[in-house]
Ligand binder design. Structure first.
Ligand code: TA6
Length: 293
């Protein structure tokens, strides 16, 4: 996503500026190692472009920046649940306004930290007290860490994902490896399927890979690069692409939008919120993804 033409709201340092796209404020980073954008709406990374590269992150040209809808593309922060196991889909974090807590920079890059805590609207959806931090490290690679803390008096459970849309030259020519031997197929009644450690796509996909390797690689011969996704704190990697019919059914994705992205998600998957990860009062948990070319 091109952030350079957006109007500036305020300059915070040589490298960090707040810009605005419609109703959404975006922290724009311009560093000699990389440029990037992080929307305060959703704590949503919308761009990461290492020097001399094309953007590693795909954003929909028709994403809605009204400050209400979740942004289509980027890295949606799905929390405190993943999927449609409760409403809203993928949790409330991606629809909430995050606060800019701090930014730091040195020769290697810039670190931006955003925060989210409960409020009246969130309490109606999820009646637990929490402190969430999103730490975005923009260097030659992108590291996104979602850190959640239980600041309530009782335990609670959660799931979630960092739902990255990788920017590709042509989905049909991309080759994915490192996904592991087993997946739950969301398009086949959650059937558990073995096999296929290498993937070339020719149709829609929505799978939870349960034993991914440390690095998932996406070879992109069109852009002449290989993207590496390295996750921590996850229990699976979700791969998703809606293909032509899916893209047509979405109001915030161009009909041909599916051709140039693949979601590779750092996921803490659970069939229900209750079966998710339990955090005791005072405990914290981190979900992380590192993306590089
Ligand atoms: O991560 C895959 C998935 O859960 C799919 O089932 C698909 O619906 C996608 O996320 C997008 O969800 P969204 O709510 O952003 O339309």
């Amino acid at each position: 996503m091109d952030l350079h033409s957006l109007p500036v709201v305020s300059a915070l340092s040589d490298c960090v500026t707040i810009v605005e796209k419609d109703s959404v404020k975006i922290v724009r980073i311009n560093h000699e190692k990389a440029s990037a954008g992080i929307a305060l709406h959703g704590g949503h990374v919308v761009s990461f472009t290492p020097a001399g590269q094309e953007d590693l992150i795909w954003m929909s040209d028709t994403a809605i920046f009204d400050g209400k809808a979740a942004l289509r593309g980027g890295i949606p922060v799905c929390w405190p649940w993943f999927g449609r196991i409760a409403a809203p889909a993928h949790g409330f974090a991606r629809n909430s306004t995050w606060e800019l807590i701090e930014h730091r920079e040195n020769d290697n890059g810039v670190i931006v930290e955003l925060g989210l805590t409960s409020n009246e609207g969130i309490r109606q959806i999820w009646p637990h007290l929490f402190k969430a931090r999103l730490i975005v490290e923009v260097t030659e690679q992108l590291k996104v860490t979602l850190k959640v803390e239980n600041v309530d008096k009782h335990e609670w459970t959660f799931s979630g994902a960092l739902h990255t849309y990788l920017n590709l030259g042509d989905i049909r020519q991309a080759k994915v490896t490192g996904i592991g031997p087993e997946y739950i197929d969301s398009l086949q009644n959650d059937e558990v399927i073995q096999g296929g450690q290498e993937l070339v796509l020719s149709d829609t996909i929505d799978r939870v890979y349960t034993q991914p390797e440390a690095d998932i690689l996406v070879e992109d011969p069109v852009m002449n690069r290989t993207l590496t996704v390295t996750n921590q704190g996850h229990n699976s990697a979700v791969l998703w692409n809606p293909w032509a019919e899916g893209a047509q059914s979405m109001g915030d994705m161009p009909n041909d939008g599916y051709e140039t992205f693949l979601c590779v998600e750092s996921t803490l998957h659970a069939p229900s919120i209750e079966q998710g990860k339990t955090l005791q009062p005072g405990e914290t948990y981190q979900l992380e993804t590192v993306i590089s070319a």
